[in-house]
Design a protein around this ligand. Structure first.
Ligand code: SAM
Ligand code: SF4
Length: 442
């Protein structure tokens, strides 16, 4: 047990998975009497939960760590720890490189955090824990919010990935695909709904292959059907889906299961068959577009978003234009777009035909410009429509405005009071902007 009344400062880099892992860390540390603080100078423990999907977030971690050196010189008792994907990838090397670092803990070791901290405190020696386990205990850490405090919550349904796309570090830093037993997932969602959580987002690197590693368990659409029955829960979202594993059963879930929100995040990465093949994605542009068409046929109002990369090794102007063409044809509601970033240890990092940074930047700008216009057009097309939104809290932009999301996952800001938080309200869409909608409550 850690001594009473200590403070932890935690900084998170990267995706929703990391955000949720950070919630888990704070929750197990809270059980050991650590309180979270925003003031780094007050902290007894400083933790960085890191991301290594691209070079940029990884570099940021090193620059934050560099700045922490002075703080450690002033306060020898503070414990500095690095968790997440960079920690998993670098392991002991991080301790060798950063003299003022006390703890490195990998993606399968969150559940050991209080013990690891106690160990460092007792021994005053740095510690590294980056083992992978067959049973991933952190899958079952459940950061329970107090009653009525949260409207929506993440729920981990699986960890790791078996796909080994040639550009991606995830299978190396998160381990093989491990599905969480469905009983534990259902138990967590029930407990959340009893605490007035109305929306859950099921998290996994490839949620639609859920259950393949569990013998005789539920498939992902079956899991959705069970969650759909949970009393008090109103909305179900999930991320991320892989186009290769999209089944007709999953597509039909958008129509059949009333709590499943009409939004899918379906990364396509490239519109060129040559590049998709080199990425090892396992589908063609035609197959991807057919999935998009089928989704809109079954559910015309569905929001479709995706991830895409520019400047993958060997991408020429023609490949890039095929990506732009796919974007035009599918008409995404929004896109997360990245410059390809070589990751040490992945296959693509060794490809000889890497693309220079200025070509990548130019392509990214062209692509983002195209998508901006499409998003604006799609948002404006909603003007005059009535949408049901779940009110999440005050909007960041303007005073007296509340914010929430449509079923299709678009942010809507509207004039309203705090007592609407946690309710489903109908708004008339007055204005469609590039990043959000403006609504009027009716
Ligand atoms: N599992 C998801 C899938 O299959 O699409 C993606 C998970 S990954 C953490 C999130 C996004 O980061 C990917 O969809 C991809 O667009 C991007 N990404 C992954 N590796 C990358 C790399 N080496 N360089 C640039 N972007 C990358
Ligand atoms: Fe990475 Fe591919 Fe797995 Fe997604 S499916 S996490 S991109 S290896």
């Amino acid at each position: 047990m850690v001594p009473n009344g200590k403070f932890v400062y935690l900084q998170t880099f990267g995706c929703q998975m990391n955000v949720h892992d950070s919630e888990k860390m704070l929750s197990i540390l809270a059980e050991n009497d650590y309180r979270s603080t925003e003031d780094i100078h007050r902290a007894d423990i400083i933790l960085l939960n890191t991301c290594s999907v691209r070079a940029k977030p990884e570099h940021k971690v090193y620059s934050v760590l560099g700045r922490l050196k002075k703080l450690k010189e002033k306060n020898h008792h503070v414990i500095i720890g690095v968790g997440g994907c960079v920690a998993q990838h670098e392991g002991e090397r991080l301790l060798d490189r950063i003299g003022h670092l006390d703890l490195v803990f990998g993606t399968h070791n969150l559940h050991r955090l209080p013990d690891l901290i106690s160990n460092v405190q007792a021994s005053r020696k740095p510690k590294c824990a980056v083992e992978f386990y067959d049973e991933v205990k952190s899958l079952d850490i459940f950061p329970a919010p107090p009653d009525g405090e949260k409207v929506k919550s993440y729920v981990t349904i699986m960890q790791g990935c078996d796909n080994f796309c040639s550009f991606c570090i995830v299978p190396y830093v998160r381990g093989r695909e491990k599905s969480r037993p469905s009983g534990n997932i259902l138990g967590e969602v029930e407990a959340l709904s009893e605490r007035d959580v109305r929306e859950v987002t099921l998290l996994g690197q490839n949620v639609n292959s859920y259950g393949k590693d569990l013998s005789g368990g539920l498939t992902f659409p079956q899991l959705l059907a069970h969650i759909n029955e949970i009393q008090g829960l109103w909305r179900i979202r999930f991320t991320t889906c892989h186009p290769r594993d999209i089944s007709e059963e999953l597509i039909m879930a958008f129509e059949k299961l009333e709590k499943v929100c009409k939004h899918i995040h379906l990364p396509f990465q490239s519109g060129s068959d040559k590049i998709l093949e080199r990425m090892g994605r396992g589908y063609t542009r035609k197959q991807y577009m057919e999935i998009g068409e089928r989704l809109r046929e079954v559910c015309p109002e569905i929001g479709i978003t995706a991830d895409v990369m520019v400047g993958f090794p060997g991408e020429d102007e023609r490949d890039f234009h095929e990506t732009l063409d796919l974007i035009q044809r599918v008409q995404f509601d929004n896109l997360f777009s990245f410059k390809y970033s070589p990751r040490k240890g992945t296959k693509a990092a060794l490809f000889p035909d890497q693309i220079d940074e200025s070509t990548q930047s130019r392509r990214l700008e062209v692509l983002q410009d195209l998508q901006k216009r499409i998003t604006l057009k799609r948002n404006r097309a909603l003007q005059g429509r009535y949408e049901e939104i779940l009110v999440e809290g005050p909007s960041k932009g303007a005073k007296e405005e509340m914010t929430g999301r449509t079923d299709s996952n678009k942010v809507v800001n509207f004039k309203g009071s705090r007592d609407l938080i946690g309710q489903l309200v109908t708004v008339r869409i007055e204005e469609g902007y590039a990043n959000s909608l403006k609504g009027k409550i009716i």
